[in-house]
Design a protein around this ligand. Structure first.
Ligand code: NAP
Length: 290
């Protein structure tokens, strides 16, 4: 039987609807809307599109945008000053520095300078450390979206064999912590994994995040598995994932398409993170009597 195709757009729409309600409540509570600052350095067209989509989604949810577009020639110090100003701005709850940054900039140093309480991309060592320890904090949007997609088809990771292909800080590593936190038995594969097919065939939940078109073939899928395809590879045949979708959907229980699967979730979860950051900061300020 062919797999259920998971509709990422529909799941993302329901998350965005939920966020809209939460933003309304929070705006009453804070006396101002939650604020999201974006920093887009230079004029990379793909980055400009991503940031524009984030602005539109934030605005639609009732979140206030703080839009910063420094020139591509900005120095490390000037960019650090900008991030520090945003760290100090009480109306900004979340800060997102769009990557990649120009080569004169040390991107790690910039990301690490973001106040952990405003790190809506979840990429600072503080956020990564909290997640690895299983403590509350801000979680990168893509892996968080993947967890929503898995639960959208009624799959509970508890006790299941989960396999992730890819170990990046953006996807594979944080997803490992999330699936482990949900009590799955998790294996992480990478470019040195000896027999990828053999490991993937164990997976009741299989997540492919390698950036290699159709790396995961139909014979690597365990019958009935939930397959999440994170890959976005531009090829002569258009945008394709890391999974051979046509073959995999004949074996899997549920599968995400590319496009229309994980992609739409990423922006929705950024909005969730902005609301979470605003709540946590408000709570911290109330506790400290500010
Ligand atoms: P990345 O930083 O390039 O990491 C890729 C990972 O895959 C690495 O850990 C690498 O192993 C592993 N890998 C590469 N080739 C492999 C192979 N043949 N067998 C097994 N493992 C292999 O990529 P990323 O940032 O995590 O992104 C992965 C993909 O997801 C990309 O296509 C990206 O565009 C997409 N993505 C999509 C979204 C979305 O919102 N839809 C968000 C984020 C990323 P090593 O560590 O050994 O090198």
């Amino acid at each position: 039987m062919a797999a259920t195709v998971i509709d990422g757009k529909a799941v993302a729409a329901s998350v965005r609807e939920r966020v809209r309600g939460e933003v309304e409540e929070l705006t009453d509570e804070l006396g101002r809307p939650p604020g999201l600052a974006t920093v887009l350095v230079g004029d990379d067209p793909a980055s400009a599109i991503y940031v524009r989509r984030k602005h539109e989604a934030a605005e639609e949810a009732g979140i206030r945008n703080f839009d910063h577009k420094p020139a591509g020639s900005i120095s490390q110090e000037e960019l650090l000053d900008l991030v520090n100003d945003l760290n100090d701005n009480d109306e900004v709850d979340g800060i997102l520095v769009q990557l990649p940054l120009p080569e004169q900039i040390d991107a790690d140093a910039i990301v690490n300078s973001i106040d952990g309480a405003k790190d809506v991309d979840g990429l600072t060592p503080v956020s990564a450390g909290l997640l690895a320890r299983g403590e509350p904090g801000l979680v990168p949007a893509t892996p968080q979206g993947i967890m929503e997609l898995i639960s959208s088809v009624g799959v509970d990771p508890e006790g299941k064999e989960a396999v992730i292909v890819g170990r990046s800080n953006l996807v594979g590593r944080p997803l490992f912590s999330l699936l482990l936190g949900a009590n799955a038995t998790v294996t992480v594969c990478h470019s040195r994994t000896r027999d990828l097919g053999e490991v993937c065939r164990r997976a009741e939940i299989l997540v492919a995040a390698a950036g290699q078109p159709k790396l995961v073939t139909g014979d690597m899928i365990r019958p009935g598995a939930t397959v999440i395809d994170v890959g976005t590879n531009r090829t002569d045949d258009g945008l394709v994932g890391d999974v051979d979708f046509d073959a995999a959907k004949e074996v899997a229980g549920a599968i995400t398409p590319v496009p229309g699967g994980v992609g739409p979730m990423t922006i929705a979860m950024l909005l969730v993170n902005t609301v979470t950051a605003a709540r946590l900061r408000h709570k911290a300020a109330a506790t400290s009597g500010r």
